[in-house]
Unconditional design. Sequence first.
Lengths: 445, 160
Amino acid sequence: MTESKLNVVGQSVLRRDGLGHVTGKTVYIDDIKFRDMLYLKMVRSPVPHARLKGIDFSEAEKVPGFVRAFTHEDVPKNIYTILCLIGVGPDEEPVLVEDEIRYKGEQIAAIVAETEEAAMEAVSRVKLDLEELPAVLDVEEAIKPDAPVLKHWGTNYFIYEDYHCRRVRLGDVEKGFAEADFIVEGRYQTSPIEHAPAETTACVAKPEADGRITVYTNTQAIYFTLDNTALILQVPFQKLHFVGGTVGGGFGGKVDVLLEPIASLAAIKTGRPVKFKFTREEEMRCSSSRGAWRMYFKDGVTKDGRIIARKITTYADAGAYNRHTPYAVTKHAANIAGPYRIPNVWIDGYCVYTNRQPGSAMRGFGVTPASFALEVQMDKIAETVGLDPWSVRFINAYRDGDMKPHQKVVEDATLIEVMQAAAKMVGHELPEEYQKMSSQALEEG
Amino acid sequence: MASKIISFTLNGRLTEVLVKPLTTLGTLLREQLDLTAAKSGCKQGGCGSCTVLLNGQPVLSCLLPVEEVEGQQVITLEGITPTDGLNPIQEVFYENFAIQCGYCSPGMILVTKALLDKNPHPSREQIIDSLTGNYCRCTGYEPIIQAVEKAAQRLNGHEG
C-alpha cells in the first residue's frame, strides 16, 4: 500500500500575508491615501438619552477646510437594522439621529473637511440643542411598565414571533421542582467588553469615473456591509465595489455597519474620496461592545446529582439598538441549558434595549456568557449535593439521541470524550465508570 | 507659528522636511513621507504600534514632535528591510507565526532589534520587559517571545 502524501494537511504552512506583515508592506485602511481625499468626523451625543431639537453648524462652517455637513435628511433610507438581511426586523437604528438620541456617543451628524484636524475642529464647534430625557441603564429596569420607552413599537424588548422574549419549553419544570431533593438558584452577570483591536475601524470610499463607489474597508462582514450600504443609500448593489480582507484585529468588533454608508454618501455627494477612521476613543466608547447579560437559574436536583428541572430567565443588554443582539439571544437560548440531559427545561430569553452603547458580536457572543453562568451553576449544584464537579457533569452529560430543550435531537455529542481527555491532560484520575462512558452509548444511570 | 525645516537621518539618508510646530514624527512619516509601516493604533502612546528607533532606542512616534529629531538618527521598519529577502528578525517572526493580524508587528520587530543590538543574549524576563510597551490584541505574546529568543540564537549563529 502506498503512503498517501499530503501537501498541506499535517504540514506547517507559512501565512500567505506573513511577508507583508513582517516588512510593513501590508496595506491597512489607514495606509490608503488618495489625492483630494476628504476626512470625515462625527458629531456625537454627549448624553445617553435626549430629544434633539436642533443642530447649529454656523461656527463649524467657518473652520478653514470645512467642506460640508450631513444630517439624517441627507440619508436616503436613514433607519435600518443590520440583520434585515436574515429577516430580523423592524428597522430601528438611524444612520444619523433624527429626533431622539438613545446612547452617549450616538452619531448625530457627519462633517467632511480637507484635513483630519479641520474636521475635528469643525465637529467641536457644532452646537446641539438637546432636551435631556431620563435614561434607563439596567435591563430589568427597562422592562418595568414605568420605564422610558425607547422603541417605536412601544416596548423596550425585541419581539420574537409575537412573544416578548425567545422562549424554550421542554417537559414540565414545576413537576420537576416538586420531585427534586434540592433547589439550586443562581444569578449571574457579565459585563460589556471592548474588542480593542490594534487597528481602529476605518474605511475609505472613492467615487470612480464610471459612477461606482469603491469602498476600502476593514469590516469583518464585507457582503453584509455592502448590502446594508446599498439599502441605506438606495442604490443598486452593483454600484458599490467593496475591497477588504485585511483587518488589523476584529474579534467581532468590525461586523456592524457604522462607517461605510455615511462615508459612501459623503463620497457621492462631494465627488471626492472620503476617509472615516475611528479614533481610539471612538473605538472604545462608540463602537459596539460585547453585550452584557444577566442570567437567573433555578435548578431542581435529585440527591444523586441528576438535574431534573432547569428554569432560566435571561436578559441581554442590547444597548440602544439591535445590531446582532436579537440573533445572539436565540443562540443563547439554544445553548444556555448546557450540554446536559435535562427532562424539564423552561427558558425565557429577553433582548432588552437600554440607553447604553449597543452591544453586538464578539467571539461566541450569546454563548460565552451562557457557558460562564451555566458552569458556575454546575459547580454550585455539585457543592449543594456533595459531589465533586466532575461527577455532576458526567452524571448529567448528554448523549447522542437525547432531545435538547429547543427540540433538536443530539447527533454529535462529545462532552464525555472531551471531559475524559481533559481529565487526562490535567492528571485527574477519573473513576472507572466515567472512564468507560461514551457519548454514543445510551445507558441508564 | 511658522513651519520649520528639520534635518535628520532617516533610514540612513539625510532628510529635510518642512513641518508645522508640534507635528509628530508618526504623522510626518505616515502622512508626508508615505512610510506607513509604523502604525497609528491609538495616537496617545498606549499601544506601541507606532514604534520607531531613535538613535537605536524604541520611541513612540505618535508622541514625539519632529523638532526633537533634528540632527538625529531615525530608523523605521522600512529601513531594516533588505531589498531582497528579510532581516533575520523578520525571518523568525515570519517562520514562527509570531504574527497574526500584523498590526503590532512593525513595532514588535523594531523593539526586538533594539533589544538584541544592545543585549545579544537576553533572558526571557528581559525579553518580556522589553516588549511591555507593545500591545498585541490577538494575544500572540507567547509566539512573539519565542521568536525573539530564536532571533537571538540566529543572530548569534547558534540556532538549536
